[in-house]
Write a protein that binds this ligand. Structure first.
Ligand code: IPM
Ligand code: SF4
Length: 749
């Protein structure tokens, strides 16, 4: 018998297909959600290698990032409806791929279309105890159901499509415990912003967070989803909540949830998915719910949080020079003054939407503030439901009229203004009160400024015309008049220093049935380059927390190829608005234009989005190795999958290498010997996982290696059918019973 285990341990253990002695595991994936941005190159890889989608019954695709959110009344097809050529190409490419491979698809005329992380739960495709992946960092959302759900890169998307498995090593266990009563007017979004303010954007790196505590136990599924969603903003691989009666009540009757006797069997199993008494957590953070104020962000990182009643931080009071520089840079970008009152910050835009806060409860909360009021003069406010079904439900409840009468724009489902990838974008200098999850520089459009907050707070800001305390706008429906719900303390402070944690499956889809897998190919399908020794003058980059939006902004993700992105690498740092080069940026300087190595002072390189376009852009520019003190998890993986190497070294050694780089001295990154060699012969040793090293040095394709374990994958699928039959789709089941299944169609559930 194993010792006491956490929820994460249990779900992980239940999915092991094959474990190597070195800790690398082939993990079975129950659910794979696919969108148009991160899948074209994966389907192309599949085609080139002559492979099929292994489990169509566990795969669901939709379009969300590129779709315009304007009325679809005139829609006839995507090719004519989507005006922007690159966006159109990604959407049409997915439409072609789902047809070609038989993948279940919610397209633009399907009411079930919406943001990937909204539609999965809505359909009951997301189930407790499952493993769920998507080429998207906010896959963590599905952890609200007690699923192990995480974002992956495009190479991994291809791996999952081909093998229904993924290569993983075990993460650490982290617990975030929130006990007590939340103050009136404080929502789960405030809680999560507060948590990220406490642990920092790298606080959860290498860990899976389990959220627990009395405050969390009372939360609705929507509220839990908002928190799990933003686990990635805390750097975590995933965020999980133990499934309970609230979870089961949400799932019961959903189209793909189990039914009848199978439902009872499933619930009985789901109830076992709790952390055992005495299970080990590598770190624990405890938060008192009553201490959490309505929280917003002031800066350019989700960790830059402050109470709505607080003030903009003063760099002069920063703990150290590094912090001072960080605050100054953020204030300059955000156009804010030190010590300015948060509630005095005027806004131009409001965005209520995104996979964090576009579900029915979110819209209800915003509507309760908007009801009977008007959007302030000069503010453009939009509400974008997370899916066609959320939109429909809201319209049934009359919320659309509440919004439109108040002057909000009522839109069609999609990612919209969460990221600058479709027509909904900020223009330079515009300032947005946003219910989304990322406030990185340029996130909602080049030069745009984002303040993250809850739906109620965003609605309050729309009405006030500046950042505002939603508690002042809470309405008493019976009286029909606005009344302040609580007395507000003048200056609630939120901790500014980071707290160090003390150590301490449905009746799915239909399709192809038993998989037919083509013979393993031994050479990399995409021709993965070998990595041995890479040398030359490294480019120094002195900045921490470099996010993937900064490495490659969203507007450049609209490609269906892996190549050609080098020119857009670090676009906002590299180019002026007129397209001319900024001479001060390191990669524009003569000595570094051909650098193959980047040395970064400051950790958490590659945080944020899962876009594999980030390592592709680096590679296309010519950079094959990045040396930093730490890397965000998904980015780290993505580098390896493309024959490039993330090298982790201690800060002191990096400081030496930065000086070498500035002096134009050559470095060599020697993977076989696992050292970085300086020009004077000194060597700094680094660690690397032995399996990954083997793949990189030999240019091996991981899919082929995994398919060598075909017998084990099949055995696992048999075991899964026996233990958790509700995870198999209907046609899959009938194929196994020997009945002839009909050809897959995209609506055949
Ligand atoms: C496009 C996709 C890769 C990206 C993500 O991984 O998060 C996007 O959804 C985002 O929010 O930045
Ligand atoms: S974070 Fe924004 S862009 Fe990314 S999936 Fe969610 S809504 Fe879409």
């Amino acid at each position: 018998m194993p010792g006491p285990r956490t929820l994460y341990d249990k779900v992980f253990d239940n999915h092991v297909v094959h474990a190597d002695d070195n800790g690398s595991t082939i993990l079975y994936i129950d659910r794979h959600i696919v969108h148009e941005v991160t899948s074209p190159q994966a389907f192309e890889g599949l085609s080139k290698a002559g492979r099929k989608v292994r489990r169509l019954d566990g795969t669901l695709a939709t379009v969300d990032h590129n779709v315009p959110t304007s009325s679809r009344k005139q829609y006839t097809d995507s090719a004519s409806f989507i005006k922007e050529a690159d966006s159109r190409l990604q959407v049409v490419t997915l439409e072609e791929n789902v047809k070609k491979f038989g993948v279940n698809f919610f397209g633009m005329t399907d009411r079930r279309q919406g943001i990937v992380h909204v539609i999965g739960p809505e359909q009951g495709f997301t189930l407790p105890g499952t493993t769920i992946v998507c080429g998207d960092s906010h896959t963590s959302t599905h952890g609200a159901f007690g699923a192990l759900a995480f974002g992956i890169g495009t190479s991994e998307v291809e791996h999952v499509l081909a093998t229904q498995t993924i290569l993983q090593s075990k993460s650490k266990n982290m617990r975030v415990q929130i006990d007590g009563e939340l103050a009136p007017g404080v929502t789960s979004k405030d809680v999560m912003l507060h948590v990220i303010g406490v642990i920092g954007t790298a606080g959860g790196t290498g860990s899976v967070i389990e959220f627990c505590g009395t405050a969390v136990e009372k939360m609705s599924m929507e509220a839990r989803m908002s928190m799990a969603n933003m686990s990635i903003e805390g750097g975590a691989r995933a965020g999980m909540f133990a499934p309970d009666d609230i979870t089961f009540a949400y799932l019961k009757g959903r189209p793909l949830a189990p039914e009848g006797a199978e439902w009872d069997k499933a619930v009985e199993f789901w109830r076992s998915l709790k952390t055992d008494e005495g299970a080990h957590f590598d770190s624990v953070v405890k938060i008192n719910a009553a201490d959490i104020p309505p929280t917003v962000t002031w800066g350019t990182s989700p960790e830059d949080t402050v109470s709505i009643t607080g003030t903009v931080p003063d760099p002069a009071k920063a703990a150290n020079e590094e912090q001072k520089g960080k605050i100054e840079r953020a204030l300059a970008y955000m156009g804010l003054e030190p010590n300015q009152k948060i509630q005095d910050i005027p806004i131009t835009n409001v965005f209520i939407g995104s996979c964090t806060n576009s579900r029915i409860e979110d819209l209800r909360a915003a509507a309760s503030i908007a009801k009977g009021r008007k959007v302030a003069e000069g503010v453009y406010a939009m509400v974008v439901p997370g899916s066609g079904l959320v939109k429909h439900q809201a319209e049934q409840e009359g919320l659309d009229r509440v919004f439109t009468e108040a002057g909000f724009d009522w839109r069609e489902a999609g990612c919209s203004m969460c990221l600058g990838m479709n027509p909904d974008m900020l223009t330079p200098g515009q300032r947005c009160a946003s219910t989304s999850n990322r406030n990185f520089e340029g996130r909602q459009g080049p030069g745009g400024r984002t303040h993250l907050m809850s739906p109620a707070m965003a609605a309050a800001a729309a009405i006030a015309g500046h950042l505002a305390d939603a508690r002042k706008y809470q309405q008493d429906d019976r009286a029909g008049a606005p009344v302040p719900a609580v007395e507000i303390a003048p200056e609630e402070e939120v901790p500014t220093t980071k707290q160090t944690p003390d150590a301490a499956d449905d009746g799915v889809v239909q399709s192809a049935g038993a998989p037919e897998v083509s013979a393993p190919v031994t050479q990399a399908a995409m021709g993965m380059p070998k990595f041995e020794v890479v040398s030359g003058v490294a480019a120094p980059l002195e900045r921490a927390n470099i996010d993937t939006d900064l490495i490659i902004p969203a507007r450049f993700l609209k490609t269906i190829k892996r190549t050609g992105l080098g020119v857009s690498l670090f676009a906002s740092l590299r180019y002026n608005a007129d397209g001319s080069e900024k001479p001060e940026f390191v990669l524009n300087q003569p000595g570094y234009r051909a650098s193959k190595i980047l040395v970064v002072a400051g950790g958490n390189f590659g945080c944020g989005s899962s876009r594999e376009h980030a390592p592709w852009a680096l590679l296309d520019f010519g950079i094959r190795a990045v040396i930093a003190s730490s890397f965000a998890d998904i980015f780290n993986n993505n580098m390896y999958k493309n024959g490039s190497l993330p090298v982790v070294l201690p800060e002191e050694q990096i400081a030496v290498l930065i000086e070498d780089a500035k002096a134009g001295k050559e470095l060599a990154v020697d993977l076989p010997k696992q050292v970085v060699r300086r020009a004077n012969g000194d060597e700094f040793a680094f660690e690397v996982d032995s399996f990954r090293k083997h793949c990189l040095v030999n240019g091996l394709d991981e899919i082929s290696l995994t398919l060598e374990h075909e017998a084990e994958i099949r055995a696992y699928e048999q075991k899964r059918s026996d233990l958790w039959p509700w995870l198999d789709g209907k046609q899959y089941r009938s194929r196994k019973l020997g009945t002839q299944a009909s050809a897959p169609t995209s609506t055949d559930w």
